[in-house]
Ligand binder design. Structure first.
Ligand code: ZN
Length: 87
């Protein structure tokens, strides 16, 4: 009798990646819609609610500021690529 199982999707699932006490990364599956596993802050109800601003000091890491920086970075790399092609 064969016990071939389809574990592909399970193996493909995003991993937690938190740093463990032995210095390696946690390989437990991340919770649905979260970046961490149930033991590393991904548990339901953990973390601040969406839009919570209690920890904002300067706004450098707000989604808005980060996407703006990403756009500038992309534009710069595109421009550099174009300049390299023109040479
Ligand atoms: Zn973990």
């Amino acid at each position: 009798m064969s016990h071939a199982r389809n574990t592909g999707p399970m193996q493909e699932s995003p991993r937690c990646g938190a740093q463990t006490r032995n210095g390696e990364t946690c390989r437990a599956p991340a919770l649905r819609g979260k970046a961490r596993c149930r033991m590393h802050g991904g548990a339901w109800g953990s973390g601040a609610p969406d839009g919570n601003g209690n920890a904002i000091k300067h706004g450098y890491y707000t989604g808005e500021a980060m996407s703006e920086r990403r756009q500038i970075r992309d534009l710069l790399s595109e421009t550099q690529k174009l300049l390299r092609e023109l040479k």
